[in-house]
Design a protein around this ligand. Structure first.
Ligand SMILES: [Zn+2]
Ligand SMILES: [Zn+2]
Ligand SMILES: [Zn+2]
Length: 549
């Protein structure tokens, strides 16, 4: 897999490297040692010939990708006493598979998304297939992954998506492709952007409550609004201007306003202020409601909803609730509060939680949930106050009641508080260590990168200097060679000229001087004196006619 592909799918690490890390960790674990950073680096360096910097980088990314689990332990014996050690672990396959959505959830989500996709497909037939070759002959050259509304609908049908975000990403991919090929101002690009906008509304609703989305879009039965969602929505009295206090389901809570959906004929949605909401335990008489037929119908529907919630609870727990009214449980501020937390948590994990005591649940998960829950509690505190104020019982009695109910859940609230506090303390200490270690590692990576870069610059300078020297030497050599060649040519010419001249000259047969006096073929003399001296010796060979005469 190339780097760009990794960037595309949002993972930082290369799978090959992660597998190498796994085998390194496994090897160290087989030696019954903790796979700390030094050991992992040593093994990776030896087996796969990476540099320590590269290995640190890979480990860092693998931890960010959650493909390798990092723990910090403080040594408790020997030389490691009090020394913080990072340990690296291969994630537990059961834990990771637990995070994934179940098949049933996928089917339910697919059903809802199919509805959205089908609607868009019918509205925008232009985006149902790949643009034809006539419109864009080079489409395949530019587009990495083609996608259209027909494919989207099919993927929904096959329950491919495990979250709403995946669906949204695909819708955005269609628009992205058109932007790439046709530009921002093209008609098709604008249509694709419109699809994103139109899906947005549905997807917001889908994220809020999948059950509500499905029920209100398909309306499978006449009394669909009475069917409880998973988990069920809280029921309150909510007041809009010009209306009575009306029974409504709480869809979401935001700051000090609440998104509700009213019981009745049309089931309208509305944002109401937290001060316009009362607990369902408050009697309509106290709220001075005028019971008109429409209000009565809404109230009946609400009663039916509560009855079905109760049935669902009985079926789930396999035990009878007896005469206890669910209305009181749903309506009381404390339960509303904890119920919301449960719902919030369930939504976070993408599946409903098994029935558990809310308090215990809170303690068990204090580590990872503490932040979210705090914010939720803050949000709800405003609402709680309103609800408390409206309760008919006095404040004092109310407090007594809540202590009693707490006593039913745990023997001593102090113990719980201490447990929560200790868990929170441990969590803070652990997260502090983890952050310190991460900081240290990122700093060490930065330093080693910096050093590497400096070394690189220095080496570069040296290499540049030696190149310059080589160039100068080469130039000098060429110059000298040229001079030498010129000189050689000149001398050669001179030599040849002289040879030619010399060849033309004749020489005295006796003394070797330049000859002017001709005797016979190949025999000349510089002067008559030499000729006379040489006569006796030469006369035998002379072929001159003069000589013979
Ligand atoms: Zn719902
Ligand atoms: Zn001579
Ligand atoms: Zn002669």
């Amino acid at each position: 897999m190339t780097d760009t592909e990794i960037a595309y799918c949002g993972r930082r690490t290369n799978p090959k490297v992660v597998l190498q890390l796994y085998s390194a960790i496994e090897m160290i674990r087989k030696q019954r040692q903790i796979a700390n950073i030094q050991r992992v680096v040593r093994v990776m360096e030896k087996d796969n010939s990476y540099t320590p910097t590269q290995i640190l980088h890979h480990i860092h990314n693998a931890v960010l990708d959650r493909l390798v689990i990092e723990t910090i332990t403080v040594g408790c014996k020997g030389s490691k006493l009090g020394v913080e050690q990072e340990g690296y672990w291969i994630p537990d396959p059961e834990q990771t598979s637990d995070k994934q959505t179940t098949k049933r959830e996928r089917i339910e989500l697919g059903r809802c998304l199919h509805f959205v996709a089908t609607q868009q497909k019918e509205l925008m037939p232009e985006l149902n297939q790949k643009p034809s070759k006539e419109i864009c002959p080079f489409y395949d050259y530019f587009i990495h992954t083609h996608y259209d509304l027909t494919m989207l609908q099919k993927d929904c049908q096959n329950c491919v998506f495990s979250s709403v975000d995946e669906f949204q990403a695909k819708v955005e991919l269609i628009s992205h492709n058109y932007s790439v090929v046709f530009g921002e101002n093209n008609k098709l690009t604008k249509l694709a952007k419109q699809v994103i906008e139109e899906c947005q509304h549905d997807l917001v609703e889908l994220r809020l409550c999948q059950n509500c989305f499905h029920l209100s879009n398909t309306k499978p039965v006449k009394e669909w609004f009475c069917k409880p969602c998973q988990p069920p929505h809280q029921v309150v009295w909510a007041k809009q201007k010009g209306f009575e206090f009306w029974p409504a389901k709480v869809i979401r809570v935001e700051d000090n306003r609440i998104d509700v959906r009213f019981f009745g004929k049309q089931h309208p949605r509305a944002w109401v202020g937290a001060d316009a909401v009362r607990a369902i335990t408050v009697s309509p008489a106290q709220l001075k409601v005028k019971k008109k037929p429409q209000w009565k119908q809404a109230n009946d529907e609400m009663q039916e909803y509560i009855r079905q919630c109760e049935c669902m609870k009985v079926n789930k727990n396999g035990e009878n609730c007896g005469n206890k009214s669910l209305a009181s449980k749903i309506g009381s501020p404390q339960n509303l509060h904890l119920g919301y937390i449960k719902k919030h948590k369930a939504k976070n994990e993408g599946r409903p939680q098994p029935k558990q005591d809310a308090m215990v649940l809170q303690i068990n998960d204090i580590g990872d949930e503490i932040k979210t829950e705090d914010s939720v509690i803050n949000k709800l505190s405003v609402m709680d106050e309103t609800l408390k104020r409206s309760l008919s019982t006095s404040k004092k009695r109310n407090r007594q009641k809540s202590t009693q109910s707490k006593k039913l859940k745990v023997d001593s609230s102090q113990d719980v508080a201490m447990q929560v506090f200790n868990k929170f303390k441990d969590y803070l200490v652990e997260s502090n260590h983890l952050q310190q270690a991460k900081l240290m590692r990122s700093v060490s990576i930065k330093i080693s990168k910096l050093l590497w870069r400096r070394r690189h610059v220095r080496i570069n300078n040296i290499v540049q200097a030696s190149f310059a020297q080589q160039d100068a030497e080469l130039n000098l050599k060429n110059e000298l060679e040229a001079q030498y060649n010129e000189q050689y040519k000149k001398l050669k010419e001179e030599y040849e000229k002289k040879i030619m001249e010399a060849k033309k000259l004749q020489w005295c047969a006796l003394c070797g001087e330049k000859a002017d006096v001709f005797c016979c073929r190949n025999t000349n003399y510089c002067s008559t004196a030499c000729m006379d001296k040489h006569r006796t010796e030469h006369s035998a060979l002379c072929i001159s006619t003069k000589d013979g005469s």
